[in-house]
Design a protein around this ligand. Structure first.
Ligand code: 6PG
Length: 629
C-alpha cells in the first residue's frame, strides 16, 4: 500500500530547550522523511556572532531563512525541519512556495527551565525570557505541550496531523498485546498501540514504548489519536479480556471507524458473542474477525497459531499481517488461516483449549501415578526421553522443565497450591460437546477434575479415610507411554469430532486438516501427534475409522487397561485416562447396554423404541408390566 505521508513539509518550532531536535528527529524517523536542524545552516557570519554572544538581528536571519526555504523546496517527498521560527515574518519567509505543517512546542518558562536543568543544558533565564518575549505564537500551528514524554508528543503530532501510517493498531497492552505488538514490529510493520489511561495501568504504555524501536511505534491512551494514526482501511486487533470489555471498547471505537475498516478480536471470546458482534459491526459496514490466538506469551512474540473466523473479504485485508506474525511450518507456511465464516475461528480456538485441558489433565494424572514411585528427577528424565519420540509435544516438554525447577533446594512445584483455576473455555467446549451430542468426555472430565481440585476441605477429611493399598503393581514405562499416547489420540479425535459436527450444524465447511495444520506449530497443543493426524486426515475422511487409528487400537487399549489397573491399586484417581478407556471401551462394544435405557424410557414414559427385528423407521411401545404374553 502506498504510504500516505508523502509530500509533507513539517517545521517543528519553539524556543530553545523546547525539544525541537528530539521531537523533529523522532517524527522524521517515524514518517520516513529527512530531518534537518536549522542551526546547521547559519552562515559563518552568524556563527561568529553567536560565539561572541552577540544577539542576531533580523537582517542576520534573512539569508539564513532564505537558505532554509530553498533547502525545504528541494525535499522530494517532504521532510522535517527543527527551527525556532519565533516570529511571523520568519515563518512567512520559510513558507515561500511551500505548504508547511507547523508544529509549535509549547511550554511555560518554568517547564522549559526544568527541562533544561534535567538535560544539564544551562541557559540564563533572561535569555529564555527574551526568546519568549520575541515569540509570536502562530494561531495556525499544531500546539503540542512539552509537559508530556517525547514519544507521547510524537504520537499526538502524527495523529493530529492526520498522518495515517500505522499498519496495525493493537488495543490492550497486557502480556499478549505487548508480545504481539513486538512481533509485528519485528516483522517490519508500523504499529500503533492503545492502552487505557487507568491510573493503575499508567506505567504500562511508557514502559512498553521504552522497549521498542521508537521510529515504528506510536502509543496512545486516547482513542481518536489512535484511530487517526492508522492507515486505511484500519486494521485493529483487540487484545483485551473477553466479555463485556470487548463490547465496551467496540461501542467507543465503532463511531470513530470508517466503512471497510477491520476489527479483530484476538482473545478467547465465546463464538456466539463473536457472531453477534460481527453482525452488529456489519450494519456499520465494518468487518469483524474472531481470531483465536494460541501460544502464550512466547508464542505471541515469536509466532503464535492464529485461527481466524469471518468473511474472506475481511481476512484478505489482514492476512499479510497475521501470516507474517504467525508461527511457520518447516515448509515456511504460516500457521494462520481463515478456518471458516463467522464464529468458526473462536469456536475452533475454544475446542483447542478443550483439548489443551485434556492434555494437561493426562500429564497431571501421569504425575499422580509416578510421584509415589520415582523421584522428580527420574520423572523429568522419563519425560525427556518420551519427548525424543512419538509423544513429543510442547506441553510434555514444558512439564519436564517444571520438574527441574527448584527454589532454595526444593521443587517449586511442591509449593504450588493444588487447586486448578480456569478462565472458561474448557467449560464452553464441554457445553458445546454436550449440546451437540458429541461424547467428548476427556475435556469434560478435565474440567470436572479442575472443579474437584477446589474441594480442598472435603479432600482433607476424605483423605484420612482412604484405605491403605494392599498390593502395588508395577508397570513398565513403555506401557505407560502407550497408554498415554492412546489416551491423547482419543482426546484429539473427540475434539476434532466436535469441530466437525459444529461445522456441519453451522454450515461452516471447516477443513479439519487445515485446522490441524494451523495447530501443528505455535500453539499450546502443538505436537507430533497433531502433525501425524494432519497427514492422516488429508487422505481420509472418517476420524474414528482411520486405518492409522485402528492399527494402534489393540495395543493402546491394552496398555490403557494396564495403566488403569495400576492406578486403581495405587488408589490414584485417573479421570481422563478412565474417560479415554470408557470411550474406547464403549466403541469396542458391539452390544451396548443402551437397549436397557431405551426399555426403561419406554416403560416409565412410553417414549418408544426401535427394534432390531424391524425396519428402523418404525417406533414401538410395549406394556412392560404386562408379563402375560
Ligand atoms: C493458548 C491458551 C490460552 C489460555 C490459557 C489459560 O492457546 O494460548 O489456551 O489462550 O487462555 O491456556 O486457560 P485456562 O485459564 O482456562 O486454563
Amino acid at each position: 500500500m502506498e504510504p500516505q505521508n508523502r509530500h509533507r513539509t513539517i517545521v517543528v518550532m519553539g524556543v530553545s530547550g523546547s525539544g525541537k531536535t528530539t521531537i523533529g528527529k523522532r517524527l522524521a524517523a517515524l514518517l520516513e522523511l529527512p530531518f534537518e536542524d536549522a542551526d546547521a545552516y547559519h552562515p559563518p557570519a552568524n556563527i561568529a556572532k553567536m560565539k561572541n554572544g552577540t544577539p542576531l538581528m533580523d537582517e542576520d536571519r534573512w539569508p539564513w531563512l532564505e537558505t532554509l526555504n530553498q533547502r525545504m523546496q528541494q525535499w522530494e517527498q517532504g521532510g522535517v525541519l527543527a527551527c525556532s521560527a519565533l516570529k511571523e515574518s520568519y515563518r512567512q519567509l520559510l513558507s515561500k512556495n511551500l505548504s508547511i505543517h507547523w508544529v509549535y512546542l509549547e511550554g511555560s518558562m518554568e517547564t522549559l527551565l526544568q527541562r533544561m536543568e534535567a538535560r544539564d543544558h544551562f541557559m540564563k533565564p533572561e535569555m529564555l525570557q527574551s526568546q519568549l518575549d520575541t515569540l509570536e505564537p502562530p494561531s495556525y500551528a499544531l500546539n503540542v505541550s512539552i509537559s508530556n514524554r517525547p514519544e507521547q508528543m510524537v504520537s499526538e503530532i502524527i495523529a493530529k496531523l492526520g498522518t495515517m501510517q500505522s499498519d496495525l493498531g493493537i488495543v490492550g497492552m497486557g502480556v499478549m498485546g505487548r508480545s504481539l505488538a513486538k512481533n509485528a514490529l519485528n516483522k517490519g510493520f508500523k504499529v500503533s498501540v492503545y492502552n487505557r489511561s487507568d491510573p493503575k495501568e499508567a506505567h504500562i504504555l511508557p514502559n512498553f514504548l521504552k522497549e521498542v524501536p521508537p521510529e515504528r511505534v506510536l502509543g496512545f491512551d486516547e482513542w481518536e489519536g489512535f484511530v487517526n494514526s492508522l492507515s486505511q482501511p484500519r486494521r485493529i486487533l483487540l487484545m483485551i479480556p473477553a466479555g463485556t470489555a470487548i463490547d465496551a471498547v467496540l461501542e467507543t471505537l465503532t463511531p470513530l471507524l470508517a466503512p471497510g475498516d477491520v476489527v479483530m478480536d484476538g482473545g478467547n471470546s465465546h463464538y456466539r458473542e463473536t457472531q453477534r458482534r460481527m453482525q452488529n459491526l456489519a450494519s456499520h459496514s465494518i468487518d469483524y474477525l474472531g481470531v483465536g490466538v494460541s501460544g502464550g506469551e512466547e508464542g505471541a512474540l515469536k509466532g503464535p497459531s492464529m485461527m481466524a473466523g469471518g468473511s474472506e473479504t475481511a481476512y484478505k485485508k489482514v492476512s499479510h499481517l497475521l501470516e507474517a506474525m504467525a508461527a511457520k511450518e518447516p515448509n515456511a507456511k504460516p500457521c494462520a488461516a481463515l478456518l471458516g465464516p463467522d464464529g468458526a475461528g473462536h469456536f475452533i480456538k475454544t475446542v483447542h483449549n478443550g483439548i489443551e485441558y485434556g492434555e494437561m489433565q493426562l500429564l497431571a494424572e501421569l504425575y499422580a501415578l509416578l510421584r509415589g514411585l520415582i523421584s522428580y528427577e527420574d520423572i523429568r528424565t522419563l519425560f525427556q526421553q518420551w519427548q525424543e519420540g512419538e509423544a513429543q509435544s510442547f506441553l510434555l516438554g514444558l512439564t519436564a522443565e517444571i520438574f527441574s525447577k527448584k527454589e532454595g533446594g526444593s521443587y517449586v512445584l511442591d509449593k504450588v497450591l493444588d487447586v486448578a483455576s480456569s478462565k472458561g473455555t474448557g467449560v464452553w467446549s464441554s457445553i458445546a460437546a454436550l449440546e451437540s451430542g458429541v461424547p467428548a468426555s476427556m475435556m469434560v472430565e478435565a474440567v470436572l477434575a479442575r472443579h474437584l481440585s477446589g474441594a480442598q476441605g472435603t479432600r482433607e477429611v476424605w483423605a484420612k479415610l482412604r484405605p491403605v493399598p494392599k498390593t502395588v503393581k508395577q508397570i513398565a514405562p513403555e506401557t505407560l507411554l502407550k497408554a498415554y499416547q492412546w489416551a491423547r489420540l482419543v482426546n484429539h479425535l473427540q475434539g476434532l469430532e466436535l469441530i466437525q459436527i459444529q461445522s456441519q450444524k453451522e454450515n461452516w465447511n471447516v477443513q479439519l486438516s487445515e485446522v490441524l495444520r494451523v495447530w501443528s506449530v505455535g500453539c499450546i497443543i502443538q505436537s507430533k501427534l497433531v502433525q501425524q493426524l494432519q497427514q492422516q486426515l488429508s487422505q481420509h475422511a472418517s476420524l474414528w475409522e482411520l486405518e492409522w487409528v485402528l492399527a494402534q487400537l489393540p495395543e493402546g487399549l491394552e496398555a490403557l487397561q494396564e495403566a488403569l489397573q495400576w492406578g486403581l491399586t495405587q488408589q490414584t484417581a485417573l479421570p481422563c485416562f478412565s474417560a479415554a478407556w470408557n470411550h474406547s471401551g464403549g466403541l469396542t462394544t458391539i452390544n451396548s447396554p443402551a437397549n436397557l435405557i431405551q426399555a426403561l424410557r419406554d416403560a416409565f414414559g412410553a417414549h418408544t423404541y426401535q427394534r432390531t427385528d424391524r425396519p428402523l423407521d418404525q417406533q414401538f411401545t410395549t406394556n412392560w408390566k404386562d408379563h402375560g404374553a
